[in-house]
Design a protein. Structure first.
Length: 162
């Protein structure tokens, strides 16, 4: 069976040719200074309307906006950013609620604490599958844990984790 992260990587690669970019490095290098964390920005400032990712204030599609914003970003960057921000708009802020009190953000948890083996997320210290680990860590209920693991898996693919 193809692993979830591998599958997501394939889906992302099809949706966005630039999925190989480290999106979070791009965000942290070029956007975070003005907009803060991507997930917070997406949920606060963006929305999906008629299947389009739109800026709430500008009332323009993000893809169009980024062509001119700050002198313009490349088509590869725009397509990758749009994919990431679209996923974030659609994800409940479960990580912030249940994990954010102790862990800075999801990308940091992955970088510091998690490795990917055969498409599964594994805690570096415990060697446990993340789903198992979260049964006794963080105090999130089953539904929230599922959402958190889904977003961490998506993020791992975006970050190009191995
Ligand atoms: C130098 C500061 C700065 C940087 C860097 C920056 N932005 Fe912006 N961005 C702004 C400002 C200011 C606005 C207008 C916000 C407003 O009207 O409140 C804006 C608006 C936006 C909007 C439209 C939001 C809406 O409500 O319509 C999007 C989308 C956006 N930025 C994405 C990005 C992305 C993605 C990056 C990085 C690739 C980025 N920005 C980098 C300052 C910046
Ligand atoms: C009360 C604070 C707290 C909360 C809430 C919390 N963590 Fe942690 N987490 C820690 C600390 C501290 C560690 C360091 C490991 C240790 O001390 O055993 C850790 C370790 C981890 C690890 C490493 C596991 C390993 O095997 O190496 C992962 C993954 C993790 N946390 C994810 C999460 C997620 C996802 C959530 C939300 C569901 C969460 N944590 C909620 C404090 C917290």
């Amino acid at each position: 069976m193809i692993g979830r992260a591998a599958l997501l990587a394939v889906v992302l690669a099809l949706a966005a040719p630039a999925a190989a970019l480290d999106l979070h490095a791009l965000w942290d290098g070029q956007c975070i200074g003005c907009h803060g964390h991507a997930g917070d920005f997406a949920r606060t400032s963006l929305e999906i309307r008629n299947n389009q990712l739109m800026g709430k204030k500008s009332a323009r599609s993000v893809a169009e906006y980024l062509v001119v914003h700050n002198g313009g970003y490349s088509p590869a960057q725009i397509s990758a950013l749009r994919t990431m921000l679209t996923a974030q708009v659609q994800t409940a802020p479960e990580f912030q609620i249940h994990c954010g009190g102790c862990h800075d953000n999801a990308a940091q948890v992955l970088r510091d604490w998690v490795m990917v083996r055969d498409g599964r997320l594994i805690g570096r210290q415990s060697g446990q599958d993340l789903a198992e680990f979260l049964n006794h860590h963080g105090g999130a209920d089953a539904d929230s844990r599922r959402i958190i693991i889904q977003s961490l898996t998506r993020l791992a693919a975006e970050l190009n984790y191995r």
